[in-house]
Design a protein around this ligand. Structure first.
Ligand code: TXA
Ligand code: MG
Length: 324
């Protein structure tokens, strides 16, 4: 998935838009222009396509991603909007605003794109080329900024290629982006709306639309955000035992690659029998949830190698295993 491939530069005309949408529908990676920055886009309903975003970016951890929709009606089908969320959507969509809301029962954004959370981040961009691709793709499209991890966000197709040439299928070149900083992110999860990331819509404008002050959550600030407050870390109810050679009696089993000798419990799942880390990443959150739903006391997890996406998988597993 991360091997060299030919990256096409598509022009932002009818043919280029159709080609980009077709690639996305086929589970491929396309860098798309939005009014904020270029996004590294993939089908948000496809765990495997989303896993390849993290692989291409070499992201060390699975942050939840923003899913992009062509219009507010399509976004409304993915999430549950309270009064502030509705007011913000009405005022700023399409535009550089992302809303984090509880996922609806009909939400098609996969669990990897949501990092296993019950919430979903939704955005309706205003860039006409982005909207045309989203319309043609006909499904939510996950898109973090189209740069390698740790580099600055790209505002031109050339920036994208400097970081990702040979790692993605195409970049749709619509010239420089207008806003240049990422969207503002507001969480509307009940209670007072919280500003998770300042961005393209000024805070005062957001607050005017909802008639109240936003709670400011400082990402990466001195005090770590309480996971309970932000609900940004998925933790299973079960205890998690890492680097297990084999399951002990009573434990559920999360395997990787070749299974250990001896009988496996009924409650067992292999993230990738072939030992493919991209496949394992695609399965990770859904598998943890499936096991945890059966209420085991402990989930034992096979060792996962640290190369490629293994680093991100191990990061999430360590968080899941942390005492709480
Ligand atoms: O302008 C933008 O928003 C760009 C363009 C391409 O649209 N996209 C972008 O996406 O910046 P991304 O995926 O890099 O933003 C991810 C951030 C996470 O770091 C996290 O802060 C927040 O969105 N986020 C996503 N889902 C969340 C959730 N369920 N709960 C809390 N925060 C969430
Ligand atoms: Mg970024």
């Amino acid at each position: 998935m991360t091997g060299p491939r030919q990256t096409q530069r598509l022009s932002a005309d009818e043919a280029g838009i159709a080609a980009a949408a077709e690639l996305l529908r086929a589970g491929r990676l396309v860098a798309l222009p939005t009014e904020t920055v270029y996004g590294l886009a993939a089908d948000a309903s496809d765990d495997r396509a989303v896993a390849s975003i993290y692989a291409a970016k070499e992201r060390p951890s699975f942050n939840p991603l923003i899913s992009h929709l062509p219009d507010a009606e399509a976004a409304r089908r993915q999430g549950l909007f309270d009064a502030p969320a509705l007011a913000l959507a009405k005022a700023f969509w399409p535009g550089p605003l992302t809303l984090v809301v509880p996922a609806s029962s009909s939400c098609t954004v996969c669990s990897l794109a949501r990092a296993g959370l019950d919430s979903v981040a939704l955005r309706v961009p205003s860039h006409p080329v982005a909207r045309a691709v989203l319309q043609a793709a006909g499904r939510p499209i996950a898109a973090p900024s189209a740069n390698r991890s740790g580099r600055v966000s790209p505002t031109q197709a050339d920036h994208v290629l400097a970081d990702l040439d040979g790692r993605i299928d195409a970049v749709l070149d619509a010239g420089p982006t207008a806003v240049g900083v990422e969207s503002s992110i507001v969480a509307c999860l009940g209670g007072a709306p919280r500003l998770l990331r300042p961005g393209g819509v000024p805070r005062a404008a957001l607050e005017a639309a909802i008639g109240q002050a936003l709670v400011i959550v400082e990402e990466g600030g001195a005090a770590p955000v309480s996971p309970g407050l932000l609900a940004s870390h998925y933790a299973p109810r079960a205890a998690v035992r890492l680097d297990a050679e084999a399951p002990r009696p009573g434990e559920a089993w999360l395997g990787f690659g070749q299974e250990p000798n001896g009988a496996l419990p009924a409650l067992a799942f292999n993230l990738s029998p072939a030992g493919d880390l991209t496949e394992a990443a695609a399965n990770l959150f859904a598998a943890m949830r499936r096991l945890d739903d059966q209420r085991p006391a402990t989930i034992a997890v096979a060792p996962i190698p640290m190369h490629g996406l293994g680093e991100a998988i191990n990061d999430r597993l360590r968080r899941a295993a942390a005492p709480r």
